[in-house]
Write a protein that binds this ligand. Structure first.
Ligand SMILES: [Fe+2]
Length: 346
């Protein structure tokens, strides 16, 4: 078995390949690591065949949908998943065959209703059902402490104690454990009594993960997180640095038009000298009157540099092929003590 473990912060994902056939599967891929996964698969001589999410993630952005489209591959989740884009729904006791490898699905609801673990040879990919020294939480949508109790005590902990455990999360940099080690040392598993375990889970009082709403929205619909929209826009436009722009303004370069896409009050509070005002919300409506010549070089700017990136991408899409975005925003320009003009342009 060819095995790669890829950590993104506390999230763990896995690329598992058959050494004989070179077919592979990606478990719980995360959206910021897409290039990393593809590079690892290429380096190891693997061809990814399936993209699997062990459950609907509430705390990170799944890459299964995007990779499925890009590589024309099926996404796999448990039958109980609510995501409409899942191509292959599987159930407890079924297997995914990847070359000579067999991935056995074990339905383990509790953290979420659609949680499953996958056993491949001597390894168990536990998703968020069983973590190293912890378990998944049960207070997010479709979580159920009673179900988690059954999944742990009546399913996972009865498996071979030598099975290696690879969870979907570890925030302390650990890579794996075993079922035996978890039975011996995991503090959550000391409560072997159902009532006591459920009480423990109900009283954990955990803070909400960051981006929970956005993660659930995008992971359940296949929609894009804001960061992805920005990254896609940024990939389509060139940027100019603050210092380069300052030098060009100092040299009174006539070729370059700075377009401030903030609202009027922000613009009048202080803008780059000579900048024209065209709020992002009016860009498409007013661009024809404001910039009749599409061969002009337009440089977009905003407060932080995000909206201006989207604006420059829109302008390029509309045929302003020289549109460029400021690398940074007026906030950084202000902090650099570069010149600002208040009020309207003369
Ligand atoms: Fe999770």
């Amino acid at each position: 078995m060819i095995f790669e473990q890829i950590a993104t912060g506390g999230c763990q994902s896995y690329l598992i390949g058959c050494g004989e056939t070179r077919a592979a599967v990606l478990i719980d891929p995360e959206i910021s690591q897409i290039d990393h996964y593809l590079a690892l698969a290429a380096r190891d001589g693997l061809r990814i065949r399936y993209l699997i999410d062990t459950h609907t993630h509430a705390d990170h952005f799944s890459a299964t949908r995007q990779l499925a489209r890009r590589l024309d591959l099926p996404t796999v989740m448990h039958r109980a998943s609510g995501a409409p884009f899942v191509d292959m729904r599987i159930d407890d006791g079924e297997m995914i065959i990847v070359g000579k490898l067999r991935l056995q699905a074990i339905h383990t609801p509790g953290h979420t209703r659609d949680s499953m673990c996958l056993q491949v040879e001597d390894r168990l990919f536990t998703g968020d059902t069983l973590l190293i020294g912890a378990t998944g939480r049960t207070d997010l949508p479709t979580g159920d402490p009673e179900a988690l109790y059954d999944s742990l005590f009546n399913r996972l902990l009865r498996l071979d104690p030598n099975l290696q455990v690879f969870p979907a999360h570890d925030y302390k940099g650990r890579q794996s454990s075993t079922i035996g080690q978890e039975i011996a040392t995991n503090p959550r598993l000391r409560q072997r009594d159902r009532r006591a375990f459920v009480d423990l889970m109900l009283n954990l009082d955990l803070s909400m993960p960051t981006h929970v709403t956005e993660a659930l929205r995008t992971n359940m619909s296949g929609g894009k997180p804001v960061a992805q929209l920005l990254a896609e826009a940024a990939a389509r436009v060139p940027f100019m640095s603050l210092s380069e722009l300052k030098a060009r303004i100092g040299a009174a370069e006539s070729d370059l038009i700075v377009v401030d896409v903030r609202e009027r009050d922000a613009y009048e509070g202080g803008h780059i000298p000579g900048a024209r005002l065209l709020p992002r919300g009016q860009l498409e409506l007013r661009v024809n009157q404001e910039f009749p010549d599409p061969t002009r070089r337009l440089l977009t700017c905003c407060e932080l540099g995000y909206i201006s990136t989207l604006a420059a991408a829109t302008l390029r899409e509309m045929g302003f092929l020289r549109a460029v975005a400021l690398d940074g925003g007026i906030k950084a320009w202000r902090e650099a003590a570069y010149p600002l003009t208040t009020g309207r342009e003369a």
